[in-house]
Design a protein around this ligand. Structure first.
Ligand SMILES: NC(=O)c1ccc[n+]([C@@H]2O[C@H](COP(=O)([O-])OP(=O)(O)OC[C@H]3O[C@@H](n4cnc5c(N)ncnc54)[C@H](O)[C@@H]3O)[C@@H](O)[C@H]2O)c1
Length: 259
């Protein structure tokens, strides 16, 4: 146990997902207090109970839709009732649905709106409301989640023989997050508020055999990522070890975007 985040207050948006729930564990292990925020009440309640069983840190949760500005305003009120100081904010939420895998020509307008609303506008909302509060106080660290597809186009042979795909709307939303992060990192640089992003890639979650085979063939490391291989970068960016790093992107992709 390193306790790199001892007594810091961290907010995780989209906390119950694959990487989010792993990040919450690691944040607790490192001594921080935690506020979970998610749209999924059942999963949030479960995660909260699991964490409370293991850690004595202050942990609470709030249910809402990150795409709705008013829900984020309510979240800030909820947090600041208990703790005036917010040291870290992580935007790790994403919107997915069964329609996600439709091809570009047939992609629904309403799906495009939902992806942009949760991924990009959601990140904008929390940066504006919670980040704005942090900037007025002592600053801290914001981590947004981009994607390899903010940097490179999907290699379509990854999806060959599978029912999967990655929509252009996802790339567009993640490219927007990348630009927003760079903007805000510089905008708040003198406020002691650092804004960075993490780019994971191919985190394993019971993918089908064909997908894994395709992935391994295209990956310089020849394998998918384990979910705990992303948390090191999260703890680093939240901690004082990264105090001179802002507006940057830590790419955790096993070399994928380098060839
Ligand atoms: N998993 C990967 O391989 C991978 C690769 C590249 C980028 N990423 C990015 O990393 C981040 C985490 O990925 P993941 O696989 O853990 O995601 P996930 O789909 O497992 O989790 C997303 C979380 O967001 C929550 N959420 C959805 N809509 C919401 C809303 N309106 N309001 C609040 N919460 C909402 C969900 O309930 C869920 O807990 C995402 O931003 C994703 O785009 C992941």
């Amino acid at each position: 146990m390193t306790m790199k985040l001892l007594n810091k207050n961290i907010v995780v948006i989209g906390s119950t997902g694959l990487i989010g729930s792993e990040a919450c564990e690691s944040i607790c292990e490192n001594g921080a207090n935690l506020v979970l925020f998610d749209i999924n009440k059942k999963k949030c309640d479960q995660l909260y109970k699991n964490l409370k069983k293991k850690y004595s840190n202050e942990i609470s949760y709030f249910i809402g839709d990150v795409g709705k500005k008013n829900d984020v305003v309510k979240l800030l009120k909820f947090i600041t009732k208990k703790n005036k100081q917010i040291d870290g904010l992580i935007n790790i939420q994403q919107y997915t649905s069964k329609k996600f895998f439709k091809n570009f020509e047939n992609f629904d307008e309403s799906e495009f709106d939902k992806i942009i609303n949760v991924n990009l506008k959601g990140t904008f909302n929390t940066c504006q409301i919670i980040g704005g509060y942090m900037a007025k106080n002592k600053g801290g660290s914001i981590i947004n989640f981009a994607s390899t597809y903010s940097i490179v186009a999907p290699n379509m042979s990854l999806y060959k023989g599978t029912s999967m795909n990655s929509p252009a709307a996802y790339s567009a939303s993640k490219g927007g997050i990348m630009a927003l992060t760079k903007y805000l990192g510089v905008y708040w640089a003198k406020k002691n508020l650092r804004v960075n992003q993490i780019t994971p890639h191919g985190v394993y979650k019971n993918h089908d055999k064909k997908f894994i085979k395709n992935f391994n063939n295209l990956s310089p490391m020849g394998r998918m990522s384990k979910k705990n291989e992303v948390t090191g970068a999260i703890i680093f960016l939240l901690s004082n070890d990264s105090s001179y790093i802002t507006s940057q992107n830590i790419i955790v992709d096993g070399g994928w975007s380098s060839w």
